[in-house]
Design a protein around this ligand. Structure first.
Ligand SMILES: *Cc1c(COP(=O)(O)O)cnc(C)c1O
Length: 463
């Protein structure tokens, strides 16, 4: 039985029309897009679950804030408003706006990483891994083993494997580890949360070896909700208290505000110590790449919308509704016997495409197969989080074998209704029912060297 849908703690004031193309039109559109979902036009997607990044619906308060944005080049009041919100929520002394998450990575990582260095994470998000490598360093994932088994229900499958972290540091030499990154929630593992206890253990290891700890904080609020719900010791804490405790463990954070900032564009860098020598370097890089440090590549109105969105994201009834949407969709898949990374995470359902298409090997990209089939089935746009996304080894050029082959159904914030979730579940069931008829996956006919999944061309493999 599907779990009860948690009703929206808002009502709808503005709508956008969506259309579904015919099946023939969809097949033509995906072929023209070289079977890359990123190549489709947005208007050709009926339900767009490509990402929860920047696809959020802003509130009336945020749109009101947009009108109040101060567009002064330097020292805009909207900048100070955002800085105050950031200091208040995260307890950090320095807050730097940037235009999105990868900009935070581009500005910060070269200050800590270079050739011969390593960065270790519970799991690197794709752009985060790319920026470690662009800085000349190498990225190592160190997630707990249970994350790799989608059918194993365990809380906090996003956690770092602390023992492995320490042995990696010893193996490579602490002086060669430029950074440890805790991704909350752990996006690539399925939006799986990290516990406060794990955060504290990782912080203790980092402190012992003198390695800076960065939180990749895109989904800080969703993570805090899971901590409150599932971590015994945190049950009576407020969401804000949990966030403060989490961030107290770290030295730095990088954040895509396009997720839990509930905006369409924006990012942040945080430095806990307001006297850190890093701050002047961050400002210098920001001025070179992003714009003056009081706007960081954003308009004043964007800064205003983030300042408001950060507070809306930590409201508990919003988070109960938000996580409730994931649980509702996941329970419909449970009823149908469709495997996904369970328990469901914070920002989407990560369907286990390897389980649905056991006949398709990782190098034919089962996650991509399911994404294409969902589009053909019902105009639903999802994406691969598997070997196709992971790409090639930067040293050998060989296709890497991902720990899992997911098709991610990322749910934009405050955008889709219960009926949309039902259509998604029904489309998945229809694809599952004909999954055995699909004999082969895809081969790549063209790929760029970095972040290939955004642009690569694919073609179906035939007998
Ligand atoms: C989205 C995301 C990023 C990159 O942010 P952008 O705003 O897309 O540049 C980095 N890390 C994580 C965990 C993310 O989810």
């Amino acid at each position: 039985m599907a779990v009860k849908y948690v009703p929206e703690p808002f009502r709808i004031k503005m709508v956008e029309t969506i259309h579904m193309l015919s099946r023939e039109e969809r097949e033509e559109a995906i072929r023209k897009a070289h079977y890359n979902l990123f190549g489709l036009k947005g208007e050709d997607c009926y339900i767009d679950l490509l990402t929860d990044s920047g696809t959020n619906a802003m509130s009336a308060a945020q749109w009101g804030g947009i009108m109040q944005g101060d567009e002064a080049y330097a020292g805009a009041s909207s900048y100070y408003r955002l800085v105050e919100a950031g200091k208040d929520i995260f307890g950090f002394e320095y807050i730097q706006p940037v235009h999105q998450g990868r900009a935070a990575e581009k500005v910060l990582f070269p200050l800590l990483l270079g050739p011969g260095k390593f960065a270790i994470s519970n799991m690197f998000f794709d752009t985060t891994r790319a920026h470690v490598e662009l800085a000349g360093a190498r990225a190592i994932d160190c997630v707990v083993e249970e994350a790799k088994n989608p059918s194993k229900r365990a809380p906090f499958k996003g956690n770092m494997d602390v023992e492995k972290l320490e042995s990696l540091i010893r193996e490579r030499g602490a002086e060669n580890i430029g950074l440890v990154v805790m991704t909350v929630t752990n996006n690539s593992a399925g939006g799986q949360p990290v516990s406060l206890e794990n955060m504290r253990q990782v912080a203790a290891v980092c402190k012992k070896y003198g390695i800076p700890l960065d939180i990749d904080a895109a989904r800080f609020a969703e993570n805090a909700y899971f901590v409150k719900r599932d971590e015994e010791a945190c049950r009576d804490m407020s969401i804000k208290e949990i966030i403060r405790e989490m961030f107290a463990c770290a030295d730095l954070f990088t954040m895509s505000a396009k997720k839990d900032g509930i905006v369409n564009m924006g990012g942040l860098i945080g430095v806990k110590d307001g006297d850190s020598p890093l701050i002047l370097k961050i400002r210098a890089n920001c001025i070179s790449f992003e714009g003056f440090y009081t706007y960081g590549g954003l308009a004043g109105r964007d800064l205003e919308a983030i300042a408001i969105g950060l507070y809306e994201a930590i409201e508990e009834d919003y988070l109960a509704y938000r996580i409730g949407q994931m649980e509702y969709l996941a329970s419909r898949l449970d009823d149908a016997g469709i495997a996904y990374q369970s328990p469901v995470g914070g920002h989407g359902v990560f369907v286990d495409a390897a389980a649905m298409f056991p006949q398709i090997p990782y190098y034919e990209f089962p996650g991509q197969v399911l994404a294409v089939e969902l589009y053909k089935e019902a105009g639903i746009r999802a994406c691969d989080i598997g070997s196709y996304m992971l790409g090639n080894d930067p040293d050998t050029g060989k296709q890497l074998h991902a720990d899992f082959e997911f098709t991610r159904l990322a749910i934009p914030r405050r955008v889709y209704t219960q009926a949309h979730l039902d259509i998604i579940a029904e489309a998945l069931i229809a694809v599952r029912d004909r999954a055995a008829e699909i004999g082969h996956g895809y081969r790549i006919t063209w790929e760029p060297p970095v972040l290939r999944h955004f642009q690569a061309h694919l073609e179906p493999i035939t007998d």
